[in-house]
Each structure stands twice: as C-alpha cells, then as structure tokens.
Design a protein around this ligand. Structure first.
Ligand SMILES: [Zn+2]
Length: 346
C-alpha cells in the first residue's frame, strides 16, 4: 500500500514537473536560463548508461540513464554546446573562444564497465569526448561498492525487513524508512559498522547479488578511453568519504590512484572527483598538493571563471530527473536540468 501511494505521489510530481517545463519553454524562461549558462562552465554528472530493460528496476534510479535517452541527450549537446573534457573546458573557461555556444563537460563517476561499452561509443559517434572519474580499487578488485550492495539487497527485501534494517541504523528517527534515508544513515556510520549493516541486509535478502551487473572497466579499457581522447581522472582508490579519513589515508587515496591511472594510460592525471562529493578545506588542500589541477564536487550549479577549481559544481543527470510523467525520456526535462531552471523549485 505504502509503495502504491509513493508511486502515485511520484507520478503526480512528475506530471507537475512536466507542466512547469512546458510553461518555462513557452514563456522563454528556459531560453533565459540557457543564455545565462553561457557565462560559465556546466559540468554534467552521469554514473551509468545501460540498456532500457536494465534501468527499469535499477535500485538507484539516480545513477542510471538508458542508452537511447543518453543518445538523444548527446545529439542535443553536440548540436547546441561546446563539449570538452573538464581539464580542457577549464582552460577555455578562462580564454573565451570564438564559438558562442555554452561550454559543457560530460563526466562519469566510479568506472563502471558500461561507460566503456555503452557511453563511449555514443559520445564518439557524435564526435564528443568526456571525463571519466575512475576509482582504481574498484577497477583492480571488481569488488562492488557498498552502496550498490546495499541498494541491491534493499530492492530484494520485504517491507517488514526494510523497516527492521532502518530501525537498526536510525533508531526512532522520524524519517520515511525509504532506501534514500537508509543509505544516508548508513553513509554516516563508521566503515566497519556500515559494512555490517550492508552485510545484514544482504544476508536477509533472498537471491544473490548480481556481480556481473556491477562490473567495473578493466585497466585496458581505461587506457583505451584515454587513447581515444577522453580524459581519465581520479575518483580515489576505495571511494571513502575523504573528510573522515586521516592524513595518511587521504594522501594514499590521492597519490596512489593518480599514479595507477598514469601508469595505465601513460598520461598525466590532473583531475579529481571527491567520492560522494564530500570535501573540506583540508581535503581540497591535499588534493592540490598531490598534483591535481581541479576537484569536482556534487554541489549543484554552474562554474564561473572566478570560481574555486577545487570546488567545481556539477549538474546530476539521471533517469530519475529527466523522465517525464509517462515514464518517457523528455529532452525538455533534460534541458531544464542542464540549465538549472528546475533548481529553484525542486
Ligand atoms: Zn562515486
């Protein structure tokens, strides 16, 4: 019952959002936002591009984009924007080019195999290059991230089991016991405790974790992307929340991942993306000290030339955000997200 109510609330929300998008396009508000975006750099944040059937029941809709929808977005971007990898875009941001189209960078976090298999061919067919933020530990071990294990287990549990798990990590919390609030409670726990919580969920969930659906790229694929002109950048080794780790661990995450990627690609690595977007002045200073030229956050917004290169803002793009009320991809919804038109009334 609760899930039926949640679903109808969701579709009402999508319906209202779709109407507001139409209104914004008809009144010129969308176009005003698009013109405004020309003064800065818009960095889009993707995670995974998968065949539509794999997206339908994907536990974290905020991390996926179906192949066809991604192809439509790329076609739109290739026509309407100057698309560059982040490192190149930052140079152009400071030396305006003759091309008046808005400056956009496309980024992918984590290093999943589908980035190589599905996203890169679509980008290349349109003549575009992107930035791939790779967690080197994920690529080397293939061990799935805790958030994938957690979300996958949650999707296989009964509502009663879910409520029990939620109570364990957030006793007495006045939150809706949904996946998002359970995950954010888990995220704040010390690593060992968090992993125990995830293991308990996996134990209770019927069926097995589908390892193959969460596979990383291989080092050879990472190197191939670099060889084809994409930017390879670091997302650390093990995806920890960096403000919570000590100085030695922070240094190891920054320097060893950078060295590993340089070895695989034969290129200097200048970009970093903070896992979960979490950073602070100590983390930012260590990132600059480790030889990086910029750091991406998950803070939403556009980057003006005067902005902090170690606090780059992005715009998350996912199925959850850009699909319309009918469950279809909406390029108008994509434009509204990309320009930040929806930011004020989210
Ligand atoms: Zn990540």
């Amino acid at each position: 019952m609760a899930s039926v109510l949640a679903e109808s609330r969701q579709s009402i929300k999508h319906g209202i959002r779709g109407l507001l998008d139409l209104g914004a396009a008809a009144t010129g508000l969308l176009q005003w936002h698009e013109r405004r975006a020309r003064s800065g750099l818009t960095i889009l944040m993707y995670h995974r591009v998968l065949p539509a059937e794999a997206c339908t029941d994907y536990p974290l809709a905020s991390l996926v984009m179906p192949v066809d929808a991604f192809a439509q977005q790329v076609a739109w971007l290739a026509r309407r924007c100057r698309v560059r990898p982040v490192a190149e875009a930052l140079v152009e941001l400071h030396c305006p080019a003759g091309d008046p189209r808005p400056l956009v960078a496309i980024t992918f976090d984590d290093g999943y195999a589908d980035n190589f298999e599905h996203a890169a061919p679509i980008l290349e067919a349109a003549g575009l290059r992107a930035t791939f933020f790779v967690a080197t530990g994920f690529v080397e071990t293939g061990a799935p991230f805790w958030f994938d294990r957690a979300a996958d287990a949650w999707s296989r549990l009964t509502e009663q089991d879910r409520a029990g798990l939620f109570e364990e990590v957030a006793p007495g919390a006045e939150l809706t016991p949904g996946l998002a609030s359970w995950m954010s409670a888990l995220k704040r726990l010390p690593v060992a405790e968090r992993d125990r919580g995830v293991a308990a969920a996996m134990e209770r969930a019927p069926g097995a974790f589908p390892n193959e659906q969460y596979a990383p790229m291989t080092p050879a694929q990472v190197a191939e992307l670099a060889g084809r002109g994409h930017e390879i950048a670091s997302h650390g080794i093990d995806h920890p929340i960096l403000p919570l780790v000590d100085d030695d661990e922070l240094k190891r995450e920054l320097t060893e991942s950078r060295a590993r990627l340089a070895k695989w690609t034969g290129r200097e690595i200048t970009g970093f993306c903070f896992p979960n977007g979490d950073s602070d002045p100590r983390v930012a200073a260590a990132t600059a000290g480790a030889g990086y030229a910029y750091g991406c956050s998950t803070e939403e917004g556009i980057n003006e030339p005067s902005g902090d290169p170690f606090r780059l803002r992005r715009r998350p793009v996912s199925m959850q955000r850009v699909f319309g009320p009918t469950g279809r991809h909406s390029i108008l919804g994509f434009r509204a997200e990309v320009t930040g038109q929806r930011e004020r009334w989210r």
